[in-house]
Design a protein. Structure first.
Length: 758
């Protein structure tokens, strides 16, 4: 209460001189007293508040600057009074004028800070816009002053007029900022901002009236004093809690264009008036146009950067196709709109090998070529995206099942065209398709995410079965559920030790091609599943690997196989025990130091390592060549044989054989079956055999199903053959009977080991 009474007195004090109190010294003195009170109140406020401290500090500074101007004016009046000279108020007025302009800047800063303490959503501070708007206002004021009948620009000294116009323009910007902050920072219901706004309006009216010569110069000085008191008053009013508003850049953009149009209009108007009186208006208007145009240019570049950023966020860097996010958005849009769309998911086969073998740069270029090929066959209106890695997705409106499958084959064919460059060989892809469900589907309409999941499941299914294209149907999900169940059963079997009862090892003979004798057997695992019967490795090896049971399985097979072929077994009576046995290793075995521990254990138990061959597939060796070389050396170092399985299916070169301490090369079935019909294949195999022999490696051909092939193999100098022609993999109990029943020459007495093992 006391504070407000003091402020009331201050208000009267600063207004007194304007209403005509005689004497320069007295008038300046009373003004000074009023402003001093205001400064004191504002500084006290800045000290006592916590959150808004900086706001009030800036406003107190503004008042302090006005105070300094008033002191200067007072000093000049005092000197003038003492020396008895009159008319020296001019320098004092200049200082006061300048300080008022500076005060505008400080108030502006205070308002910006106020906005920031209330909201982080947007900032109204835009100097370029503000200064341009101020210049436009000052141009307008000049024009109006000139236009006025009997314009008084000649009656006021030019600098007084210019100062007055400048202050009016600055106040205009302060007023604009006050109103913007009130809205942006959610201060509309806070009375303090409105008290300040009112003060600014009053002051602006006084300044404009002074510029027009309606009020005497003294009013301007008093107006500023009163403004300080009003701001101080605002600081004593209780704040209302604020709710910040979501701001957009729209108002800023609109403001920019309004200023631009206004400035241009002013310049056009000025050209119609006598040139000698409109110079300043044209200059101000011109500067405003320059300023605001710069702002527009920046705005446009900001917007294009924003658009580019948005674009970047939706494109795949490598291929320039849509990325996963963009695809997801389009998919959701289509699904929400109830559009009939087919989703295709395409994944390159064995892309990892290309990356491992040829490096990422070649892999990247292959992806780019693939993207290009796909884009070329995709019709307009479709969305083609790279979801990541070697996975591409396509969204195609309105497709029926038959058409979709046909088109998926086209996609796969297009991908094939991307290979064959940079030594990568042919590439292939697996495609999964999900179609929108029929109206009678019990599961209801799938959303975008579900469609993608289905396409993914279908693709996965295509990959695991070796199909190129697979259309999603319920069976795939059933297969997925079945797979999950099997994974559980597998874990259970290994956890309870039941695995050794459920897993079986079958043996497939390998015959010496020249003598026809059984040189060895390959151990091939089977799962005697409690529900599903005897399962081939393809049905469960992946699950074993993913479930982390591969080391256990390998140990089981190794122990079984070496026991079956050991010195005294059920095979002994026919001598079938006295053969070499081959055991397959998997990806994880090759990375598992535990394998070496197991081998050492077996050796300690008296195993003859030369009777055991460990088979490692070529692609496995290639996926981590350094580790592979290291591990295979350790295996060889212990005396075990090492076979490169599925030779010819991977990307390895012949020269790679030199680095590997292998004892055997196992020609893949895909070569064997084409041998008798394809002369090129025959040439390749001939070359391979020659090189392998030169390196001291035994060559085994697998998948031999007919006599014709056997003859070709014989002519090519292959060492051993394995395949259905001789026998399917046999249960251990069937091996002696098979051996006995063979019409071929009897088994040679000793082990037929590698003829040329290094
Ligand atoms: P693989 O090492 O290439 O084994 C040869 C596969 O070809 C065997 O299939 C065999 O039954 C089959 N096969 C043999 N001769 C012929 C033929 O004349 N015609 C045809 N069409 N096929 C023939 P299986 O037993 O289904 O084994 C599949 C794969 O599972 C094996 O391929 C091997 O990579 C893996 N595997 C088998 N047992 C084990 C194991 O104990 N551990 C590991 N890690 N993998 C194993
Ligand atoms: Ca094998
Ligand atoms: Ca093989």
């Amino acid at each position: 209460m006391l504070l407000r009474s003091v402020l009331l007195v201050s208000a009267v004090l600063v207004l007194l001189p304007a209403t005509g109190v005689p004497g320069d010294l007295a008038s300046a003195g009373s003004r000074l007293a009023g402003v001093s009170f205001a400064v004191a109140v504002l500084r006290r406020k800045a000290r006592t508040t916590e959150e808004e401290r900086t706001v009030w500090r800036w406003l107190a500074r503004a008042a302090a600057v006005v105070w300094a101007g008033t002191v200067a004016q007072f000093g000049v009046s005092a000197v003038a009074g003492a020396s008895g000279r009159a008319g020296l108020e001019l320098p004092g007025d200049v200082v006061l004028s300048a300080s008022c302009l500076l005060a505008c800047v400080l108030v502006y800063q205070g308002l910006i800070v106020w906005n920031r303490t209330s909201t982080r959503l947007a900032d109204p501070g835009d100097w370029l816009n503000g200064i341009s708007a101020g210049l436009a206002v000052s141009a307008l004021l000049h024009l109006v002053i000139v236009w006025r009948p009997g314009g008084h620009e000649r009656t006021l000294p030019w600098w007084v007029l210019e100062m007055s116009v400048a202050r009016s323009s600055a106040l205009f910007i302060v007023l604009g900022t006050t109103l913007t902050v009130a809205v942006m920072a959610g201060l509309v219901r806070d009375p303090r901002i409105w008290v300040i706004a009112l003060g600014v309006v009053f002051l602006m009216a006084v300044e404009v009236a002074t510029a027009f010569g309606v009020l005497r110069g003294g009013w301007s000085s008093s107006g500023w004093g009163l403004f300080c008191v009003v701001v101080a008053w605002a600081s004593t009013v209780r704040a209302r809690p604020v709710r910040p508003q979501e701001a957009t850049t729209q108002s800023l953009t609109i403001g920019t264009f309004v200023v631009l149009l206004a400035s241009v209009a002013i310049i056009l108007l000025a050209t119609r008036l006598p040139p000698q009186s409109t110079g300043v208006a044209v200059i101000c208007g011109g500067l405003a146009v320059v300023g605001v145009s710069t702002r527009v240019v920046r705005l446009v570049s900001d917007l294009s950067t924003l658009a580019q950023t948005r674009q970047d966020a939706l494109t795949d860097d490598l291929t320039g196709l849509a990325n996963r996010r963009a695809f997801g958005q389009q998919l959701d849009l289509a699904a929400e709109g109830g559009d009939d769309v087919a989703v295709y998911l395409l994944d390159l086969d064995r892309f990892k090998e290309v990356n491992d073998r040829f490096g990422h740069a070649v892999g990247d270029r292959l992806l780019q070529r693939t993207a290009g090929r796909l884009a070329a066959v995709v019709p307009a209106g479709a969305v083609l995206a790279r979801l990541g890695g070697d996975e591409f997705a396509l969204l195609l409106p309105g497709a029926d099942a038959v058409g979709a499958v046909r088109f998926a084959h086209e996609l796969a064919a297009a991908v094939q065209g991307a290979g064959g460059v940079e030594g990568t060989g042919q590439v292939s892809a697996s495609v999964g398709i999900a179609l929108p469900t029929r109206a009678d589907d019990p599961a209801g309409t799938p959303d975008g995410g579900e469609l993608l999941r289905r396409a993914d499941a279908a693709m996965y299914q295509a990959k695991s079965t070796g199909e190129v294209v697979r259309l999603y149907d319920d069976a795939i999900d059933r297969a997925g559920r079945e797979e999950a169940l099997m994974a559980d059963e597998l874990s259970c079997a290994f956890a309870t030790g039941d695995a050794s009862r459920q897993f079986r090892v079958h043996y497939q003979p390998q015959l010496d091609l020249s003598s026809g004798a059984v040189a060895g057997v390959e151990a091939l695992v089977r799962w005697q599943h409690p529900r599903l019967g005897l399962l081939a490795p393809a049905a469960f090896l992946d699950l074993v690997e993913r479930g982390g049971h591969m080391a256990d399985l390998t140990e089981f097979v190794l122990r079984e196989a070496t026991a079956a072929t050991g010195p005294r077994t059920s095979w002994s009576p026919v001598g079938a025990n006295d053969v070499r046995v081959a055991v397959n290793l998997s990806a994880s075995s090759l990375a598992d130091p535990g394998l070496l521990v197991l081998l050492d254990e077996l050796l300690a138990e008296g195993l003859d390592p030369t009777a055991v061959v460990l088979e490692v597939t070529e692609t496995l060796l290639m996926s981590n060549p350094e580790q592979a070389v290291e591990m295979t050396r350790e295996i060889r170092h212990r005396g075990f044989g090492l076979s490169i399985d599925d030779y010819g299916t991977g990307y390895s070169s012949l020269s790679y054989l030199v680095d590997l301490p292998a004892t055997e090369v196992k020609l893949d079935r895909s070569f064997t079956v084409r041998l008798s019909g394809d002369d090129r294949v025959r040439q390749i195999v001939a070359g391979t055999v020659e090189l392998a022999h030169r390196l001291g490696l035994r060559v085994v051909a697998e998948g031999v199903e007919d006599e014709a092939t056997l003859e070709v193999l014989r002519s090519l100098g292959i060492d051993e053959t394995q395949g259905y022609l001789h026998s399917r993999p046999l249960a251990p109990a069937d091996v002696p009977a098979w051996v006995r029943g063979r019409s071929a020459p009897a088994l040679s007495g000793g082990r037929s080991r590698s003829a040329t093992a290094p």
